[in-house]
Ligand binder design. Structure first.
Ligand SMILES: [Zn+2]
Length: 87
């Protein structure tokens, strides 16, 4: 199975251990993680900015050298490249 490198909604790195999202036929999504995508639909109807705000504390926790502001700026550059947010 070939995954996207990052969840194309929240930017979480995808690996063998990542719990993948599910399609409505029960298959695994190769594009989104389980937190973002279940049964063929996004779990939350949010804007990109709302998703970034939601992810900031997780990003800071995973990368303690970053401030919340830096994390937000990084994601502000990264998220527009993800499939879900691409215009
Ligand atoms: Zn995700």
């Amino acid at each position: 199975m070939k995954y996207e490198k990052f969840c194309q909604s929240c930017g979480m790195p995808m690996s063998e251990e990542t719990v993948l999202g599910t399609e409505n036929d029960g298959g695994k999504s190769q594009t989104y993680c389980i937190y973002c995508y279940r049964n063929g639909a996004f779990t939350a109807d949010v804007t990109m900015d709302q998703m970034i705000d939601f992810c900031v504390p997780h990003m800071v926790q995973a990368n303690p050298q970053l401030t919340a502001q830096q994390a937000k700026e990084n994601m502000g550059r990264f998220f527009p490249t993800l499939k879900r947010w691409k215009a």
